[in-house]
Structures are given as C-alpha cells and as structure tokens.
Design a protein around this ligand. Structure first.
Ligand code: FMN
Length: 217
C-alpha cells in the first residue's frame, strides 16, 4: 500500500506553500500526492508565483477536478494518511468547519476528519476576527490541526524559500514523513547531563563546551 497524501490548495495568499510541499514529495517515489486545486487557487498561483497550473499539477501523482465530487479522494474507502490544505482560505476553512462539502477539496477534508485521519490546515489570513477563530476552534474540535504558516526566525532564514521550508518541514512532521528541511531543535544551549547519568549521557549531550560549571547546580 503506497503512502497517499491528499493535498488541497485553496485561494488564499501563500500558494508557494502547497507548491513546495508537492515539490518536496515529488522526490519521494514511495509517497503519492493526490492534488485538488480550487479555482481561486489557480488565480493566486498565477498571481504570486512563476508556476503555470500545468507545472503545479505535474508535481502531483494524481490530479482531480474540483467539481469531481465522485473522485477517489471523496470516499473514505480510499486509504490515505491524511490531507494538507496549503494554503487554506477562510472560505475553505468555513466550509470544512461546517461540513459544507460542495466541492472535492472540502469533501476530501470532511472525509479525512470522519475517517479519523490527520487533517492539517495552513490557514492564511490576518488579522483574525472572532468568526475566524470560532471556525478554527470547530475544526480543531473535530480533530483537525490548525497550522498557520507563521514564519519562525530562530533558524536564521535568508530567503523566502527558507521561511516556506520551515513550515513545510513542520507539516511533514505531523505525518511522520522524514524531511530534511528543518533540523531538530536541540536547544540554544546544550543540555546539562543530570549528575547521576553524567557518564552515560555525556556523549549524547555533547558538545557541552558552553555549559559553565555554575549552571550545573
Ligand atoms: C491575490 C489574492 C490573495 C488572497 N488572499 C487571501 C488570503 O490570504 N486569505 C483568504 O482567506 N482569502 C484570500 N483571498 C480571497 C479568496 O481567494 C476568496 O475568498 C476565494 O473565494 C476563496 O475560495 P476557495 O477557498 O474556494 O479557494 C485572496 C484572493 C486573491 C485574488
């Protein structure tokens, strides 16, 4: 059974997130990506990126028409590890939160939740009003993961790609998919080995050169 991941791209800013996810997974023959784009997503892809729609679609293993509510990913019997909506507009979030499955993306998301599979939502909007927060809460209560593409800076990003990769790395972490994009954080200072385990763990906690004696208590 291949590892199948459903990828939805909706029409919020940040089409690059979905595209980068597809590009990373295109290098992994053991993982199938099943892509569905909304029509506004096609518009943001053309507006925000250098990609054409056929180029984006070519990154996926399978591509579905947004109107094809009878496609494989519309059924829970089609086994997947889950779904990522990257990026997710407020409109699509609202449809998912309210089980308003009138297109293939929102139907696939609803199926993902009802089957108890992982649904990761990269909601992109700011600022957020109370209605947006309520929708996020509803999806979280139904088992979804709200993972807004909020940039981090502790890894010293130099490019937009660095920022995007950090978020995509965290998305892949949620599915347990190995990713070489984000190194595991080991602390800004090396951990101090507990005294009784000192000999056993000293190597694992190395380099300990920056730990000053006073901190060891
Ligand atoms: C260039 C552009 C950027 C947009 N950015 C956002 C955004 O960041 N968040 C959002 O919720 N909607 C955004 N929208 C509006 C959505 O595209 C619009 O609400 C659309 O109906 C969403 O439909 P969909 O969820 O079916 O893709 C943007 C639209 C355009 C044209």
């Amino acid at each position: 059974m291949p590892t199948r991941l459903v990828v939805g791209i909706s029409g919020s800013s940040g089409a690059l997130y979905g595209i980068r996810l597809l590009r990373v997974l295109a290098r992994r023959p053991e993982i199938e990506t099943h892509l569905v784009l909304t029509n506004p997503a096609k518009r943001t892809i053309l507006h925000e990126t250098e990609f054409t729609i056929p180029e984006v679609e070519a990154l996926a293993t399978c591509v579905y028409d947004i109107r094809d509510i009878g496609a494989a990913i519309a059924s829970g019997s089609f086994k997947t590890v889950g779904m990522v909506v990257a990026p997710c507009s407020v409109k699509t979030l609202s449809a998912i939160a309210n089980c308003y499955a009138d297109n293939l993306l929102t139907r696939a998301a609803d199926v993902t939740l009802k089957e108890g599979r992982r649904l990761v939502i990269l909601l992109r909007e700011t600022p957020l009003h109370l209605g947006h927060l309520r929708l996020m809460r509803a999806v979280a209560e139904a088992g979804g993961v709200i993972l807004p593409p909020v940039p981090a800076f502790y890894h010293h990003p130099k490019t937009i790609e660095d920022l995007v990769d950090h978020t995509i790395g965290r998305v892949l972490d949620r599915f347990g998919i190995e990713q070489g994009l984000v190194p595991e954080w080991r602390g800004s200072r090396p951990p101090v080995p507990a005294r009784r385990h000192e000999a056993a763990v000293a190597d694992r906690c190395a380099p300990a050169g920056r730990v000053v004696e006073a901190e060891r208590g």
